[in-house]
Ligand binder design. Structure first.
Ligand code: ADP
Ligand code: MG
Length: 321
Protein backbone atom coordinates (compact mmCIF):
# COMPACT_ATOMS: atom_id res chain seq x y z
CA UNK A 1 0.00 0.00 0.00
CA UNK A 2 1.42 3.39 -1.02
CA UNK A 3 1.45 6.59 0.98
CA UNK A 4 -1.57 8.15 -0.73
CA UNK A 5 -3.69 5.02 -0.58
CA UNK A 6 -2.82 4.66 3.09
CA UNK A 7 -3.84 8.26 3.84
CA UNK A 8 -7.06 7.87 1.89
CA UNK A 9 -8.05 4.53 3.36
CA UNK A 10 -7.22 5.01 7.04
CA UNK A 11 -7.41 8.74 7.61
CA UNK A 12 -9.29 10.68 4.90
CA UNK A 13 -12.07 8.08 5.09
CA UNK A 14 -12.25 8.07 8.90
CA UNK A 15 -15.45 9.35 10.49
CA UNK A 16 -13.50 12.08 12.29
CA UNK A 17 -12.26 13.46 8.93
CA UNK A 18 -15.73 14.35 7.65
CA UNK A 19 -16.54 18.01 7.10
CA UNK A 20 -17.97 19.85 10.07
CA UNK A 21 -18.49 23.12 11.81
CA UNK A 22 -15.37 25.29 11.82
CA UNK A 23 -13.66 23.22 9.10
CA UNK A 24 -14.00 25.03 5.78
CA UNK A 25 -11.62 22.62 4.00
CA UNK A 26 -10.32 19.31 5.33
CA UNK A 27 -7.84 16.64 4.16
CA UNK A 28 -6.73 16.61 0.52
CA UNK A 29 -5.34 20.01 -0.37
CA UNK A 30 -2.07 21.70 0.56
CA UNK A 31 -3.59 23.20 3.67
CA UNK A 32 -6.77 22.79 5.67
CA UNK A 33 -8.87 25.91 6.20
CA UNK A 34 -10.40 26.56 9.60
CA UNK A 35 -13.06 29.21 10.12
CA UNK A 36 -13.25 31.30 13.27
CA UNK A 37 -16.36 33.20 14.33
CA UNK A 38 -15.83 36.98 14.70
CA UNK A 39 -14.27 37.86 18.06
CA UNK A 40 -12.77 34.39 18.52
CA UNK A 41 -9.09 33.52 18.86
CA UNK A 42 -7.46 30.27 17.80
CA UNK A 43 -5.70 28.08 20.37
CA UNK A 44 -2.98 25.78 18.97
CA UNK A 45 -0.89 23.10 20.64
CA UNK A 46 1.41 20.26 19.48
CA UNK A 47 2.44 17.04 21.24
CA UNK A 48 4.79 14.30 20.07
CA UNK A 49 4.70 10.72 21.35
CA UNK A 50 7.77 8.60 20.61
CA UNK A 51 7.75 4.78 20.85
CA UNK A 52 9.96 3.61 23.71
CA UNK A 53 9.80 7.03 25.39
CA UNK A 54 6.11 7.87 25.77
CA UNK A 55 4.62 4.43 25.22
CA UNK A 56 5.96 0.87 24.98
CA UNK A 57 7.00 -0.27 21.47
CA UNK A 58 4.33 -3.00 21.32
CA UNK A 59 1.46 -0.85 22.62
CA UNK A 60 -2.06 -1.71 21.44
CA UNK A 61 -2.62 0.65 18.47
CA UNK A 62 -6.25 1.36 19.38
CA UNK A 63 -5.33 2.47 22.90
CA UNK A 64 -2.43 4.44 21.50
CA UNK A 65 -4.65 6.29 19.04
CA UNK A 66 -7.05 7.20 21.83
CA UNK A 67 -4.33 8.30 24.19
CA UNK A 68 -2.32 10.30 21.65
CA UNK A 69 -5.29 12.50 20.83
CA UNK A 70 -6.44 12.81 24.44
CA UNK A 71 -2.99 14.00 25.53
CA UNK A 72 -2.92 16.65 22.81
CA UNK A 73 -6.54 17.75 23.29
CA UNK A 74 -6.03 18.19 27.03
CA UNK A 75 -3.98 21.34 26.31
CA UNK A 76 -6.98 22.89 24.54
CA UNK A 77 -9.20 22.08 27.52
CA UNK A 78 -6.61 23.69 29.82
CA UNK A 79 -6.87 27.00 27.91
CA UNK A 80 -10.66 26.93 28.10
CA UNK A 81 -10.90 26.44 24.34
CA UNK A 82 -13.72 24.82 22.38
CA UNK A 83 -12.48 22.01 20.13
CA UNK A 84 -12.08 22.60 16.37
CA UNK A 85 -9.71 20.17 14.67
CA UNK A 86 -6.35 18.40 14.65
CA UNK A 87 -3.57 17.26 12.33
CA UNK A 88 -1.63 14.01 12.58
CA UNK A 89 2.01 13.60 11.56
CA UNK A 90 2.62 9.87 11.62
CA UNK A 91 6.00 8.18 11.24
CA UNK A 92 5.76 4.42 10.77
CA UNK A 93 8.52 1.80 10.48
CA UNK A 94 6.34 -0.26 8.08
CA UNK A 95 2.76 -0.49 6.88
CA UNK A 96 0.63 -2.93 8.85
CA UNK A 97 -3.07 -2.94 7.99
CA UNK A 98 -3.92 -4.38 11.39
CA UNK A 99 -1.96 -1.69 13.23
CA UNK A 100 -3.37 1.14 11.13
CA UNK A 101 -6.94 -0.08 11.53
CA UNK A 102 -6.60 -0.25 15.30
CA UNK A 103 -4.88 3.11 15.50
CA UNK A 104 -7.42 4.85 13.27
CA UNK A 105 -10.36 3.50 15.27
CA UNK A 106 -8.81 4.59 18.57
CA UNK A 107 -8.20 8.02 17.12
CA UNK A 108 -11.74 8.14 15.78
CA UNK A 109 -13.26 7.21 19.15
CA UNK A 110 -11.38 9.94 21.01
CA UNK A 111 -12.03 12.48 18.22
CA UNK A 112 -15.74 11.75 18.62
CA UNK A 113 -15.62 12.22 22.40
CA UNK A 114 -13.68 15.47 22.06
CA UNK A 115 -15.59 16.79 19.01
CA UNK A 116 -12.31 17.26 17.09
CA UNK A 117 -12.05 16.84 13.30
CA UNK A 118 -8.99 15.39 11.59
CA UNK A 119 -8.08 18.08 9.03
CA UNK A 120 -4.66 17.03 7.73
CA UNK A 121 -1.30 15.53 8.49
CA UNK A 122 1.84 13.97 7.12
CA UNK A 123 2.86 10.35 6.66
CA UNK A 124 6.50 9.27 6.67
CA UNK A 125 8.64 6.16 7.22
CA UNK A 126 10.93 5.83 10.25
CA UNK A 127 10.86 4.83 13.94
CA UNK A 128 7.26 4.95 15.24
CA UNK A 129 6.30 8.42 16.40
CA UNK A 130 3.14 10.52 16.44
CA UNK A 131 2.83 14.28 16.39
CA UNK A 132 -0.62 15.73 16.89
CA UNK A 133 -1.44 19.40 16.56
CA UNK A 134 -4.79 20.48 17.95
CA UNK A 135 -6.77 23.61 17.15
CA UNK A 136 -9.49 25.19 19.24
CA UNK A 137 -11.27 28.51 19.54
CA UNK A 138 -12.27 30.82 22.32
CA UNK A 139 -13.59 34.35 22.76
CA UNK A 140 -10.83 36.95 22.64
CA UNK A 141 -9.33 37.69 26.06
CA UNK A 142 -10.86 34.69 27.84
CA UNK A 143 -8.03 32.16 27.48
CA UNK A 144 -6.95 30.53 30.75
CA UNK A 145 -3.24 31.26 30.96
CA UNK A 146 -0.74 30.33 33.67
CA UNK A 147 0.02 33.88 34.68
CA UNK A 148 -3.04 35.28 36.46
CA UNK A 149 -2.98 33.58 39.90
CA UNK A 150 -3.31 36.06 42.80
CA UNK A 151 -2.60 35.66 46.55
CA UNK A 152 -5.79 34.52 48.25
CA UNK A 153 -7.00 32.39 45.32
CA UNK A 154 -7.84 28.74 45.92
CA UNK A 155 -5.70 26.06 44.25
CA UNK A 156 -7.98 23.41 42.71
CA UNK A 157 -7.80 20.26 40.57
CA UNK A 158 -10.50 18.85 38.29
CA UNK A 159 -10.19 15.19 39.21
CA UNK A 160 -8.37 12.48 41.11
CA UNK A 161 -4.61 12.46 40.73
CA UNK A 162 -1.94 9.81 40.30
CA UNK A 163 -3.99 7.14 38.52
CA UNK A 164 -1.83 7.17 35.39
CA UNK A 165 1.37 6.98 37.44
CA UNK A 166 -0.13 4.03 39.32
CA UNK A 167 -0.97 2.37 36.00
CA UNK A 168 2.52 2.74 34.52
CA UNK A 169 4.13 -0.35 36.14
CA UNK A 170 1.07 -2.33 34.98
CA UNK A 171 1.43 -0.97 31.43
CA UNK A 172 5.12 -1.85 31.42
CA UNK A 173 4.39 -5.36 32.70
CA UNK A 174 6.47 -4.77 35.85
CA UNK A 175 3.59 -5.38 38.15
CA UNK A 176 0.19 -7.10 38.27
CA UNK A 177 -3.00 -6.21 40.08
CA UNK A 178 -6.54 -7.58 40.52
CA UNK A 179 -8.97 -6.43 37.78
CA UNK A 180 -10.92 -4.09 40.11
CA UNK A 181 -7.67 -2.26 40.88
CA UNK A 182 -5.96 -2.48 37.47
CA UNK A 183 -9.12 -1.64 35.49
CA UNK A 184 -9.73 1.97 36.57
CA UNK A 185 -6.01 2.80 36.60
CA UNK A 186 -5.38 1.44 33.11
CA UNK A 187 -8.51 3.15 31.81
CA UNK A 188 -7.17 6.47 33.06
CA UNK A 189 -3.75 5.86 31.51
CA UNK A 190 -4.97 4.78 28.08
CA UNK A 191 -8.00 6.94 27.80
CA UNK A 192 -7.67 10.14 29.82
CA UNK A 193 -10.64 12.41 29.16
CA UNK A 194 -9.68 15.98 28.32
CA UNK A 195 -11.68 18.26 30.66
CA UNK A 196 -13.30 20.47 28.02
CA UNK A 197 -16.50 21.12 29.96
CA UNK A 198 -14.62 22.19 33.07
CA UNK A 199 -12.14 24.29 31.07
CA UNK A 200 -14.94 26.19 29.34
CA UNK A 201 -16.76 26.69 32.65
CA UNK A 202 -13.57 28.28 34.04
CA UNK A 203 -13.46 31.01 31.35
CA UNK A 204 -13.67 34.41 32.99
CA UNK A 205 -13.55 32.75 36.44
CA UNK A 206 -10.25 30.93 37.04
CA UNK A 207 -7.24 33.22 37.36
CA UNK A 208 -4.80 30.61 35.98
CA UNK A 209 -5.00 27.05 34.67
CA UNK A 210 -3.04 24.23 33.05
CA UNK A 211 -3.37 20.50 32.57
CA UNK A 212 -1.21 18.27 34.74
CA UNK A 213 1.09 16.26 32.48
CA UNK A 214 4.37 16.14 34.40
CA UNK A 215 3.09 15.79 37.97
CA UNK A 216 1.15 18.18 40.21
CA UNK A 217 4.15 19.78 41.95
CA UNK A 218 6.12 20.31 38.74
CA UNK A 219 3.15 21.75 36.87
CA UNK A 220 2.01 23.95 39.77
CA UNK A 221 5.56 25.29 39.69
CA UNK A 222 4.77 26.66 36.21
CA UNK A 223 1.77 28.59 37.57
CA UNK A 224 3.84 29.89 40.50
CA UNK A 225 6.61 31.11 38.16
CA UNK A 226 4.34 32.59 35.49
CA UNK A 227 2.11 34.31 38.07
CA UNK A 228 4.98 35.33 40.40
CA UNK A 229 3.20 33.84 43.42
CA UNK A 230 3.65 30.96 45.83
CA UNK A 231 1.39 27.89 45.90
CA UNK A 232 0.74 25.87 49.02
CA UNK A 233 -0.52 22.30 48.56
CA UNK A 234 -2.09 20.46 51.49
CA UNK A 235 -1.22 16.78 51.21
CA UNK A 236 -4.32 15.53 53.06
CA UNK A 237 -6.58 17.28 50.55
CA UNK A 238 -5.12 15.49 47.51
CA UNK A 239 -7.90 13.50 45.83
CA UNK A 240 -6.72 9.93 45.16
CA UNK A 241 -8.81 7.02 43.91
CA UNK A 242 -9.59 3.87 45.91
CA UNK A 243 -7.89 1.81 43.19
CA UNK A 244 -4.67 3.80 43.56
CA UNK A 245 -4.76 3.47 47.35
CA UNK A 246 -5.30 -0.29 47.07
CA UNK A 247 -2.27 -0.57 44.80
CA UNK A 248 0.15 1.79 46.55
CA UNK A 249 -1.22 2.51 50.05
CA UNK A 250 -2.10 6.06 51.09
CA UNK A 251 1.51 7.35 51.24
CA UNK A 252 2.28 5.83 47.84
CA UNK A 253 -0.91 7.27 46.38
CA UNK A 254 0.05 10.74 47.62
CA UNK A 255 3.50 10.37 46.07
CA UNK A 256 1.93 9.35 42.73
CA UNK A 257 -0.50 12.28 42.94
CA UNK A 258 2.31 14.76 43.62
CA UNK A 259 5.02 13.63 41.23
CA UNK A 260 3.49 11.13 38.79
CA UNK A 261 2.87 12.29 35.24
CA UNK A 262 0.20 11.71 32.61
CA UNK A 263 -2.86 12.68 34.67
CA UNK A 264 -4.25 15.25 32.18
CA UNK A 265 -6.46 16.65 34.91
CA UNK A 266 -6.83 20.45 35.10
CA UNK A 267 -5.15 22.39 37.89
CA UNK A 268 -6.39 25.96 38.35
CA UNK A 269 -6.50 28.89 40.72
CA UNK A 270 -9.85 30.40 41.60
CA UNK A 271 -10.83 33.57 43.43
CA UNK A 272 -12.74 32.19 46.47
CA UNK A 273 -15.94 34.07 45.57
CA UNK A 274 -16.21 32.03 42.34
CA UNK A 275 -16.31 28.64 44.05
CA UNK A 276 -20.02 28.50 44.89
CA UNK A 277 -21.18 29.63 41.43
CA UNK A 278 -18.96 27.10 39.71
CA UNK A 279 -20.21 24.26 41.92
CA UNK A 280 -23.82 25.39 41.43
CA UNK A 281 -23.27 24.95 37.67
CA UNK A 282 -22.35 21.33 38.32
CA UNK A 283 -18.57 21.59 38.01
CA UNK A 284 -16.75 18.90 39.98
CA UNK A 285 -13.38 19.88 41.43
CA UNK A 286 -11.27 19.60 44.57
CA UNK A 287 -9.68 22.46 46.51
CA UNK A 288 -6.16 21.31 47.45
CA UNK A 289 -4.47 24.49 48.65
CA UNK A 290 -4.05 28.25 48.25
CA UNK A 291 -2.09 30.90 46.44
CA UNK A 292 0.14 33.15 48.59
CA UNK A 293 2.48 36.06 48.09
CA UNK A 294 5.63 33.90 48.22
CA UNK A 295 7.23 31.92 45.44
CA UNK A 296 7.47 28.28 44.34
CA UNK A 297 5.35 25.34 45.47
CA UNK A 298 5.23 24.21 49.08
CA UNK A 299 3.73 20.97 50.32
CA UNK A 300 2.42 20.83 53.88
CA UNK A 301 1.06 18.01 56.04
CA UNK A 302 -2.05 18.27 58.20
CA UNK A 303 -0.13 20.11 60.91
CA UNK A 304 0.97 22.74 58.40
CA UNK A 305 4.51 21.33 58.52
CA UNK A 306 6.58 21.88 55.34
CA UNK A 307 7.23 18.48 53.71
CA UNK A 308 8.15 19.67 50.19
CA UNK A 309 10.03 16.90 48.34
CA UNK A 310 13.06 17.68 46.18
CA UNK A 311 12.16 15.53 43.16
CA UNK A 312 9.23 17.02 41.30
CA UNK A 313 8.47 15.41 38.01
CA UNK A 314 9.74 14.10 34.74
CA UNK A 315 11.91 16.14 32.37
CA UNK A 316 13.32 14.88 29.09
CA UNK A 317 16.44 16.98 29.48
CA UNK A 318 17.10 17.16 33.20
CA UNK A 319 18.64 20.38 34.52
CA UNK A 320 22.30 20.09 35.46
CA UNK A 321 22.81 20.74 39.17
P1 ADP B 1 1.86 17.74 0.80
O1 ADP B 1 2.87 16.97 0.03
O2 ADP B 1 1.21 18.85 0.06
O3 ADP B 1 2.34 18.15 2.16
P2 ADP B 1 0.78 15.17 1.46
O4 ADP B 1 0.97 14.39 0.24
O5 ADP B 1 1.77 14.99 2.58
O6 ADP B 1 0.63 16.70 1.08
O7 ADP B 1 -0.67 14.87 2.04
C1 ADP B 1 -1.81 14.94 1.21
C2 ADP B 1 -3.02 15.31 2.05
O8 ADP B 1 -3.25 14.29 3.01
C3 ADP B 1 -2.85 16.62 2.80
O9 ADP B 1 -4.11 17.26 2.85
C4 ADP B 1 -2.44 16.15 4.18
O10 ADP B 1 -2.83 17.09 5.16
C5 ADP B 1 -3.19 14.84 4.31
N1 ADP B 1 -2.49 13.85 5.17
C6 ADP B 1 -1.27 13.29 5.01
N2 ADP B 1 -0.99 12.40 5.97
C7 ADP B 1 -2.05 12.40 6.79
C8 ADP B 1 -2.38 11.72 8.00
N3 ADP B 1 -1.55 10.83 8.58
N4 ADP B 1 -3.57 11.98 8.56
C9 ADP B 1 -4.41 12.87 8.01
N5 ADP B 1 -4.20 13.54 6.88
C10 ADP B 1 -3.02 13.32 6.27
MG1 MG C 1 3.50 16.39 3.24
Amino acid sequence: MGEFELIRHYFAAAACARAGEGVALGIGDDCALLALAPGEQMAVSTDTLVAGVHFPEGADPLLLGQRALAVAASDLAAMGASPLGFTLALTLPSVSAQWLEGFASGLDAMAERCALRLVGGDTTRGPLSLTLTVFGSLPQGLALTRSGARPGDLLCVGGRLGNAAGALPLVLGQRRAAPDVAGPLLAHYWSPLPQFVLGQALRGRASAALDISDGLLADCGHIATASKVGLRVERERLPVSNALQSLLGLEGAWAAALSGGDDYVLAFTLPPEEEATLRAEGAVFFVIGQVNAGEGVTLVDRHGQDITPTIRGYQHFAETP
